[in-house]
Design a protein around this ligand. Sequence first.
Ligand code: ZN
Ligand code: ZN
Length: 382
Amino acid sequence: MAERAPRLWDVARDLHRHPELAFEEHRSAALLGKELEAEGFTVERGVAGLETAFTARAGKGDGPCVALLLEYDALPGIGHACGHNLIAGAGLGAALALRDALPDIDGTLLVVGTPAEEGGGGKAIEVEAGVFDGVDAALMFHPGVHSWTSAPLTAQVQYRVAFRGRAAHPTGNPTEGLDALAALIQLFQTLAVVQRRLPEGSHIQGIITDGGRATNIVPEYAEGRFGLRGLTGALLDEVIAELTRAAEGVALATGTGVDVAQVSTRYAHFRNSDVLSETFAAHLARAGITVGEPTPGVYLGSSDIGNVSVRVPAIHPFVAILGPDESDHTPRFAEAAGGPAGRTAMLASAEALACTAADVLLCPDLGARAWTELRAKEAAGR
Ligand SMILES: [Zn+2]
Ligand SMILES: [Zn+2]
């Protein structure tokens, strides 16, 4: 890794200096594809119908298949404030190191360029398109403010609730009016009560996206958007049922009509492969970085890696580039992702990812144990 370090950092810095938003990562995807192609990987661009997604393959094709996941989208206004440039750099570094170390390996090394983690869910779309079919291990790291073996990420989806009433003049013919906005506000009040009895990790957050046109018209239409979360897919289903029941109840009580609809890609919760994340942690420890268990009760949002992790054994450890009192999605985090702390985390993670991938390719028992664990968690609904 040492001799490749300057080039890898150049690539990560290049991505950092040219941040691109979800599904617009043309320059980033092209740069990463070119680096892989130059090292003999077979690159396929535009996979899963996404212009900025790609795969790169090496290996003979028999035996296990290990996927390294590269994110490279940035955030509006604050650039690489989630450090995805480091995820791309580490995945690239791991792929190149592995190819150097095991040029004639049975098995497949698959690099997957996964766009739009911050909005759109490239991985979710790639999973549905079959990009991860046949994969035995999906590996990535994420820079963070903690060093954790696993990512406490909940299942998440967004719903739109639209109430339909009847327009009227508030003083001219008030009794003719059916106030759709009042119904929507009533729904917020009801959900505040519902929220109190949701289990840990479940959550409803709403905004009003349409509240009427003028103060002298009783609103005939009002619309809200709700972000729903649950610790698992089954618990998210219960939150969706709560929202639907509350909306229908309010409609019944207020005499309005209501329409409840899913309006985003659904993210699954993250199911960590303990077998593989422990392997990663052991390799990372050699670089002097200790990763521990996530703090109980802390949840870090949701990600499209969840959709991969419920299908194939996957890891998404966090490696800190800032202290635990800071946060990602901040200008300070963007600065760290382009500075020395980011470089250190990226290179150490690249090495640990390469070693973990090599273990899966060389020890069939490891992959088998990872699959057994995944099936057990699936059966237990975790
Ligand atoms: Zn982010
Ligand atoms: Zn991120």
